[in-house]
Ligand binder design. Structure first.
Ligand code: ZN
Length: 246
């Protein structure tokens, strides 16, 4: 099975459409590691695309916060304003879909998906020390996660944890060989709000018949997504940050 792995779309329809078009013909099923909505101006269009096309989705903290309006004390003022805006923008059908998204981990053939970490959907796996605490609890050698908006991840090679870097700025793709002796925490990168200094949308293609996966980065119409955020009355910072990928 060939999977298109998405994460942290954050209501950015321009980046989602660009990623899907970029990956066209190279996948059979779509999976998403959460945060369909929050921050961007197209929560309904993005949710409807995911409802129609994704075979598996775990909920993210922004999905949960935008429908329930709880946990907002953990959000900074900009994220809180976006969650409240999104709450009012969502149609009842889309809110119902988001409300029923399962909490990770979600198991597939030989791998699993989570939003933050397998132990806590709200936890950020940012560094080798964070990942080291998680590898001992993994039930599959391959886990896809999101939440940090940083493409790459971590390898446990039975001796230590090593970092997988993002796709280089001059490259469109990066191939990672999967060693059966190792375990992997893979972040496909954020589709709709990258924070690793590269504004390009990120995703991963993974074919379960192959012993590698491929990270991708692609440009999209950032200006259009920014205009929609500004016109929607969302905090302008949410538009500005898309250009810098921070
Ligand atoms: Zn997110």
């Amino acid at each position: 099975m060939r999977y298109l792995i998405l994460s942290d779309i954050h209501a950015n329809l321009e980046s989602l459409e660009a990623a899907v078009e970029h990956a066209a013909g190279k996948y059979d099923q779509v999976l998403c590691c959460g945060d369909l909505i929050g921050y961007g101006a197209d929560p309904n269009a993005v949710t409807e695309w995911v409802r129609a096309h994704a075979a598996g989705v775990v909920r993210g903290n922004h999905d949960k916060a935008s429908v329930e309006l709880d946990d907002l004390e953990w959000f900074n003022p900009v994220a809180r304003a976006a969650a409240i805006w999104t709450h009012h923008a969502l149609t009842p059908e889309n809110a119902e879909y988001i409300r029923n998204l399962p909490k990770g981990p979600l198991a597939f053939d030989g791998f699993q998906m989570v939003h933050g970490s397998p132990l806590d959907e709200d936890e950020y796996i940012l560094c080798v020390a964070d990942a080291g605490l998680v590898f001992g609890y993994l039930e599959t050698p391959l886990t896809f996660f999101g939440h940090t908006h940083l493409q790459g991840g971590f390898i446990w090679n039975r001796a230590r944890v090593e970092t997988i870097g993002k796709t280089p700025a001059a490259e469109e793709r990066q191939t990672l060989e999967l060693d059966p002796e190792c375990a992997y925490m893979i972040n496909p990168g954020s589709v709709g709000q990258p924070r690793d200094g590269d504004p390009r949308a990120g995703y991963v293609l993974y074919n379960t018949d192959e012993s590698f996966l491929i990270f991708y980065r692609l440009p999209y119409d950032v200006g259009k997504a920014q205009d929609k955020i500004r016109r929607a009355g969302l905090p302008p910072l949410l538009a500005d940050r898309l250009a810098s990928g921070r």
